[in-house]
Design a protein around this ligand. Structure first.
Ligand SMILES: C[S@@+](CC[C@H](N)C(=O)[O-])C[C@H]1O[C@@H](n2cnc3c(N)ncnc32)[C@H](O)[C@@H]1O
Length: 304
């Protein structure tokens, strides 16, 4: 069994509408949960799976060993067009997987003491250590505010700079605690949660990858092909929402294509308006709480 519980699996598959002979891409393989659902529906088709994390690929090769129509690629999904020139469907389920959080030595979690790392791709040189120990106070504050929406970004950044060098997650948690007022410390939720999220996004250039992918995917997607994206925080979702809105807006009437007449003139149509996981799913999979899934279908080529 996969160690990671896939988010909104049925909805993802429904929106992708997998064709048995199609070419599909899972840009965020993780532990292969969504990939398996796609493979179960493919016959003569093929699935290409990307992950930055070598371990995700190795574990999924075992999990998906019964399928011979799957290709694993250890690279960023933003480089997809280097490997694939057409696809009928692309799925992205952004962020990190539960095993990445749960492996203490990866440094993603404030729950374990480990070196400050947080790299999805262990071949990258840049890690959370570099941000914490070499960014200026202003830069740290910007990262915490922008990617973590951390209200106390400035105070935390000042304490980080004051206490450098900081080598481990436990040291960082202590520094964060020392920066926060008592009121904030007594609130529900871990006081380091937003700082850790922000550092992880910065270490892995998560928003740049998404932006680059959104700029490029149209070159790969076939007519009638679908793109489905699951996001976990507002910055990501905003990017996806705006991109999908722009692509599905009819040039000459500036409205989102809905009627048959508008769809006739559009390049893309929205498959939904952003769905959330059900309460039942959130009950068994807490990660699903902040997830939003959006899909879009290509109805015509670039020149429209
Ligand atoms: C939320 S998990 C995906 C879980 C997967 N859908 C499943 O059902 O098991 C996200 C995965 O995508 C990978 N990832 C995140 N950003 C990536 C990127 N830009 N390129 C390639 N892989 C990425 C992470 O390493 C992680 O393994």
């Amino acid at each position: 069994m996969s160690e990671h519980i896939s988010v909104m699996p049925e909805r993802a598959i429904e929106l992708l509408d997998v064709r048995p002979d199609g070419i599909y891409v899972d840009g965020t393989l993780g532990r292969g949960g969504h990939s398996k659902l796609i493979l179960e529906r493919l016959k003569s088709g093929r699935l290409y799976c990307f992950d930055l994390d070598e371990e995700a690929i190795e574990k999924s090769k075992v999990f998906l060993k019964d399928y011979d129509n799957v290709t694993f690629i250890h690279d960023n999904f933003m480089n997809m067009k280097k490997y694939i020139d057409h696809a009928d469907g692309i799925l992205l389920d952004l962020g990190v997987s539960s095993p990445q959080f749960d492996e203490a030595d990866r440094g993603f979690s404030y729950r374990y003491d480990a070196p400050l790392d947080m790299r999805m791709n262990k071949e990258d040189e840049f890690s959370a250590y570099d941000i914490v120990n070499s960014y200026s106070e202003e830069e740290i504050s910007r990262v915490l505010w922008q990617y973590g929406e951390e209200k106390f970004a400035r105070r935390i950044a000042a304490k980080i700079v004051e206490n450098r060098p900081i080598d481990t997650t436990a040291q960082l948690v202590e520094v964060i605690r020392s920066a926060l007022p008592a009121k904030a410390l007594s609130k529900k939720g871990h006081p380091a949660k937003q700082t850790f999220q922000a550092l992880r996004i910065e270490v892995n250039h998560e928003l740049d990858s998404l932006r680059n992918f959104l700029d490029d995917f149209d070159e790969i997607l076939n007519i009638d092909g679908r793109l489905v994206i699951i996001t976990f925080h507002s910055l990501e979702d905003r990017m996806v929402k705006h991109c999908f809105k722009n692509l599905s807006t009819v040039k000459d009437d500036l409205r989102i294509a809905k009627t048959p007449d508008q769809i006739e003139k559009a390049r893309y149509v929205l498959l939904n308006r952003g769905d959330k996981a059900s309460d039942e799913e959130i009950e068994i999979n807490h990660r699903a709480k902040s997830a939003i899934i959006r899909g879009i279908r290509k109805v015509y080529g670039k020149d429209r």
